[in-house]
Design a protein around this ligand. Structure first.
Ligand code: AGP
Length: 608
């Protein structure tokens, strides 16, 4: 996804900007560019590929500009070329814009601007912004930006500078996140606060249809109707080493190994030690609505959708209310039925996924209450929901989600226990259910200590071209998640299926060259899944099984066994996914893949 950093202050802007944008590289991009005002002249440099290419163009030149903007682009309209890289400038070259989002009516706007004599250099939608601002500029940059954005349909997070109204950055957002970094007589505009974190922990999150004006000695925020807004300054609790790799080769491996601590953090302060009751601060004012809840719809994408599927199973089993999980991208367009008493839960690590955000807006429009489960504090989905639960697991940098998945299941489990109590207040909290979740971090640690087994398996199977992942019950979502992990970082084709579904088609694929991963823990479906294992074995398939410690029977039937500690069926997904995360990670590394920034992927998909 694209990254934006703007700086205005006493420091040398070029150095601050390049350091800042490098902190956003993990988000995935294919080109970058920088613009700054040097001695009254607009300087603009761009490069295809990594930010290091842009640095080579700047290297050695001792620029002393104090205002600038920088951008990493993940191509949506127009190939990743120099011309299409941001910043984009107007005809005079005196206004420069960087943009995240999509201008949906850019064709129409571009045709009008060309008729009015504007000449375009790129194929992008963004460039129309530069020319629109030029069209409306009459001496004040923020006024010109407001006028220009009135004509725009679509989504944007933008930052604008100009030599014609120097010592100023104007920013505006609608559908694409932006935050202000509030320093000591210096200000930042970023699409991700990790870029300004080395300079300040104080941030202000812009809301949709809001605009900010940053100058050398102050900042202000306004609505697009030019009405001042006064916003809370929030303090970021993360520190830089949480963002750095902490000695691991990749962020993904760090985050896999962080999971015991991450889940402790997700539970911290949320389980009352004596009663075992669950305390979720973000839901305190909504207990009446939760008690009255008759149906739950979970909307999410990707890994978060897989966590939602685990949530469906546990909520229906333990709270006995109907739950369905919908791909957010499907939910938002199918005119869903939302009746009285429907709670929509949005699960999103980033809190910025466009489809999930659109889904909750559609659900709210139809009268649903919205509960968010996000990791990024202050993210758009978190702020637009009626209530919510943060994961509190620190930043997840690796594009492939790992600790967020297990934390989402943990939080869903706490929410399930909480709903059990709200719905049946006279039933005491089951002590064993609380103890079960509290023992999970140590059980994850046990699995992590057997990582070498996954390395060995990765070495055997890293050149396979296809994988099948099969599970039943609570392990069916884990089969889907294991397959997604493998395909998104190693580029090996992999499919997850409910194990019983195999006989309805996929069994035709079985041969000695396609490893089949079964999640066959000792649960209610164990006997059935043994039959599925026999079916694969009879057809010469290579079988890797995730099994429960102490299960000596299963080893005779398969080629490889990876054991995990025993826990409740409901919590098994948190443990059974760990070996699959490590298997995918090590195969990807052995295949020389860019594990933290897989091709074509972004950490947060904020465009449709
Ligand atoms: C998971 O490994 C992927 N990176 C992707 O499927 C991700 O889960 C999905 O894009 C949803 O992201 P979110 O949780 O930030 O909404």
């Amino acid at each position: 996804m694209c990254g934006i950093v703007g700086y205005i202050g006493q420091k040398k802007a070029v150095k601050v900007l390049l350091e800042g944008i490098k902190r956003l590289e993990y988000r995935g991009y294919d080109s970058s560019g920088i613009a700054f005002v040097e001695d009254g002249t607009m300087r603009c440099e761009k490069a295809v590929g990594k930010v290091a290419e842009l640095e080579k163009k700047i290297d050695g030149k001792n620029f002393h500009a104090h205002v600038g903007i920088v951008h990493t682009r993940w191509a949506t309209h127009g190939a990743p070329t120099m011309n299409n890289a941001h910043p984009h400038v107007d005809c005079s070259g005196e206004i420069a814009v960087v943009h995240n989002g999509i201008i949906e009516n850019y064709d129409y706007l571009k045709s009008i601007l060309e008729r009015e004599g504007h000449t375009f250099q790129s194929e992008t939608d963004t460039e129309v912004l530069a020319h629109l601002i030029e069209k409306y500029f009459q001496g004040n940059l923020e006024t010109a930006v407001m006028e220009a954005l009135k004509e725009v349909e679509g989504t944007y997070g933008i930052a604008v500078i100009s030599t014609k109204d120097p010592q100023k950055i104007v920013a505006a957002r609608k559908g694409s996140p932006l935050a202000l970094g509030i320093g000591n007589k210096e200000y930042f505009i970023t699409s991700d606060v990790s870029a300004s974190l080395p300079h300040t922990r104080d941030v202000v999150y812009l809301d949709d249809n809001e605009l900010a004006v940053l100058t050398m000695d102050h900042y202000e925020t306004k609505t697009m109707q030019n009405i001042r807004t006064y916003k809370k300054v929030e303090e970021i609790s993360w520190n830089i080493d949480m963002i750095e790799k902490g000695g691991y080769e990749h962020f993904m491996l760090k985050e896999i190994h962080e999971q015991p601590q991450a889940l402790k953090n997700a539970m911290r302060g949320r389980i009352e030690s004596n009663s075992g009751l669950i305390k979720l601060g973000g839901l305190i004012n909504y207990e009446k609505e939760l008690r009255a809840c008759k149906r739950i719809v979970i909307v999410a994408c990707g890994t978060s959708w897989h966590a939602g599927l685990v949530g469906e199973y546990m909520l229906e089993e333990l709270v006995r209310i109907p739950v369905e999980v919908e791909y957010a991208s499907e939910f938002r367009y199918r005119n869903p039925v939302i009746e009285e008493g429907t709670l929509v839960i949005a699960i999103s690590q980033s809190g910025e996924t466009a489809d999930t955000l659109a889904a909750i807006r559609e659900a709210r429009h139809k009268g649903a209450k919205i509960l968010s489960i996000c990791n990024v504090v202050g993210s758009t989905i978190a702020r637009e929901a009626d209530c919510g639960i943060y994961l509190h697991i620190g930043p997840e940098i690796g594009v492939a989600s790992t600790k967020a998945f297990t934390a989402q299941i943990t939080v869903l489990y706490l929410f399930t226990l909480h709903m059990m109590h709200l719905k049946h207040p006279r039933v005491p909290m089951h002590d064993d259910m609380v103890k079960a979740i509290q023992s999970i971090p140590d059980k994850i640690q046990t699995i992590l200590e057997s990582e070498e087994e996954m390395v060995n398996l990765a070495r055997i199977y890293k050149d396979s071209e296809h994988f099948l992942y099969l599970g039943r019950g609570y392990n069916y979502p884990v089969a889907l998640e294991g397959a997604l992990k493998l395909k998104e970082i190693s580029y090996i084709h992999a499919e997850g299926y409910p194990a019983a579904e195999m006989k309805h088609g996929p069994i035709a694929l079985i041969n000695k060259d396609m490893p089949v991963v079964f999640i066959a823990t000792k649960d209610g479906a164990y006997g059935k899944i043994l039959n599925n294992i026999e079916e694969v074995k009879a057809r010469g398939g290579k079988i890797i099984v995730i099994a429960t410690e102490g299960d000596d029977q299963i080893g005779e039937k398969v080629d490889h066994v990876l054991y995990i500690p025993k826990t409740s069926d409901t919590l098994t997904p948190i443990l059974s996914v760990i070996p699959l995360q490590l298997l995918a990670y090590h195969m990807a590394v052995m295949r020389g893949c860019d594990v933290d920034k897989p091709r074509n992927l972004a950490k947060s998909v904020t465009v449709e």
